[in-house]
Design a protein around this ligand. Structure first.
Ligand code: SAH
Ligand code: SF4
Ligand code: F3S
Length: 473
């Protein structure tokens, strides 16, 4: 019987989402249920992100609110985990008197023992040690997962050695370390047994997986995972363009479960800026890798990240970025105004771009891409897409059950089952691959109708009870 309740608010990237799941599993074994109501929680965990100034501000304002509420509900335990905890532990302890536990990025596995140690006189407990071991002991709860999301995450490596000049990640996550392939395999198998049908393998630069430790390379890891029965799709993030190997491109040609999508952050279309960012590839190299990927998989969807207004970025550099967007025709992109991170070298670069100008450049990137995405999506109207169904759509229209999932290209597809005879059996669809005839393109999703030729819908394994809140990066 789970008597206590935990609420977790997750900021930042999939690394944090994965750590949140690990904490949920560990807490479940320790008698905590997750809740999505902060008010009912005995334990509140804020899993934090430090990637940009705005992300840190969001964390501070949330913590301020909770500390205010905690004055009226002093029994709540408040834990801060993740990248801001790693970076600002002392400051957090001084600024937010209500915080009981501060655990850095390598300490989340020690959450439960710390909860047990907490007494009135030893708050806050702070652990920001960067440990070398990456795999927890073999009997770790991560491999006894009871409920998994249809689309689940698995961290295959931690940290980053690339030191892009704008980026805080190497400082808050530590040096790059890869997990043993056998442990990753076992975890994916456990997730599939618990209901996962798709996994996303996580690392800041998956292409260098296993190199330092002389484990198998990333394409070989993909081949091993590909054999797992019941697993329908494999995704991965993130790929660094400098390390995107021919071996990985070959894997796209040979492994059908590998989704038809790659996230390949480019950051800028100008060689001078790429060099100042320490990205260690050129615009031409990037375009050449894109061409090779499209040769292996002609319809592959490519998404990317851009930083607008990196120090010294000129109008001409920015035009190179716009030109790259038009030439590559990304499926979608994320773009961010450059933000100084105190630890990162670019914070000390001259030639900072004015805030209004950064906003203007960001807007332009998003507008140019919106046209490209609209064009790609409109061309899909009339096609049939294979969708991994994740559940009911978030914004259903009145009286009609609308289901939602993603195509292999990672496009959100919402669909109705009207007049298919399956209107009442939509639950059976969760976790299945179904065909959807696309009838409409929306700004960030596609809409269509279920094509009732999907062979024998079978009940999927149980799905996880979700608690807390996620604020994607
Ligand atoms: N490892 C991944 C990215 C991780 S961070 C990679 O190498 O691409 C996610 C994105 O945040 C980055 O791709 C970058 O576009 C953005 N980002 C990182 N630091 C930033 C900063 N200081 N200012 C603005 N955007 C930043
Ligand atoms: Fe940051 Fe660069 Fe590492 Fe990505 S590769 S996490 S951008 S340092
Ligand atoms: Fe991820 Fe943010 Fe940390 S992007 S690695 S949670 S700084």
């Amino acid at each position: 019987m789970k008597t206590k309740k935990a609420y977790i608010n997750t900021f930042g990237c999939q690394m944090n989402v994965y750590d949140t799941h690990r904490m949920e599993n560990m807490l479940a074994a320790a008698g905590y249920a997750t809740t999505d109501s902060f008010w009912r929680a005995d334990l509140v965990i804020v899993n934090t992100c430090a990637i940009r100034e705005k992300a840190v501000q969001k964390v501070y304002s949330f913590l301020g609110r909770i500390c205010g509420i905690k004055r009226h509900k002093p029994g709540i335990i408040l834990a801060v985990t993740g990248c801001v905890a790693q970076q600002q532990s002392q400051w957090l302890a001084e600024r937010f008197a209500g915080v009981d536990l501060i655990l850095g990025t390598h300490a989340v596995t020690r959450l439960v023992p710390y909860l047990e140690q907490l007494g009135p006189e030893n708050r806050p407990i702070i652990d920001v040690a960067m440990r070398t071991e990456i795999d927890p002991p073999a009997d770790d709860v991560a491999e006894k997962i009871e409920n998994a999301d249809i689309s689940s995450f698995v961290t295959i490596m931690r940290g980053c050695d690339n030191f892009c000049t704008y980026c805080v990640v190497p400082y808050v996550r530590g040096r790059e370390t890869s997990r043993e392939p056998s442990r990753i395999h076992a975890e994916v198998e456990a997730l599939v047994r618990a209901g996962a049908r798709e996994v996303t393998l996580l690392g800041q630069n998956v292409n260098s997986y296993g190199k330092k430790e002389a484990l198998c390379g990333f394409p070989e890891l993909l081949r091993q995972i590909h054999d797992i029965e019941g697993l329908l799709r494999i995704r991965f993030v993130t790929s660094h363009p400098k390390d995107l190997s021919d071996g990985l491109i070959d894997a796209f040609a040979k492994l059908p479960k590998l989704a038809n999508h790659v996230h390949l952050p480019v950051q800028s279309g100008a060689n001078r800026i790429l060099s100042k960012m320490n990205r260690r590839y050129t615009r031409d190299h990037y375009m050449q890798r894109v061409a090779a990927l499209r040769e292996a998989r002609p319809d592959i969807a490519i998404s990317t990240d851009f930083i607008a207004g990196f120090p010294t970025e000129t109008e001409a550099d920015f035009e190179d970025t716009i030109d790259l967007i038009q030439k590559v025709r990304f499926d979608t992109l994320f773009a961010f105004e450059y933000s100084d991170r105190p630890e990162a070298p670019a914070a000390r670069f001259n030639g900072k771009i004015d805030s209004l100008e950064k906003k203007h450049r960001l807007r332009k990137i998003l507008d140019v891409q919106a046209d490209v995405t609209a064009d790609i999506y409109h061309n899909l109207v009339g096609s049939t897409q294979t969708v991994l169904v994740e559940g009911k759509s978030k914004k259903p229209r009145q009286d009609i059950v609308e289901m939602s999932g993603r195509s292999s290209e990672n496009r959100i597809v919402n669909f109705v089952c009207a007049s298919s005879g399956l209107e009442k059996e939509t639950d059976l669809m969760e976790g299945q691959l179904v065909n959807v005839h696309i009838e409409r393109a929306c700004a960030n999703s596609l809409w269509g109708r279920f094509v009732p030729d999907t062979a024998g819908l079978k009940p999927a394994a149980p799905l996880s009870m979700k608690g807390g809140k996620t604020n994607a990066a």
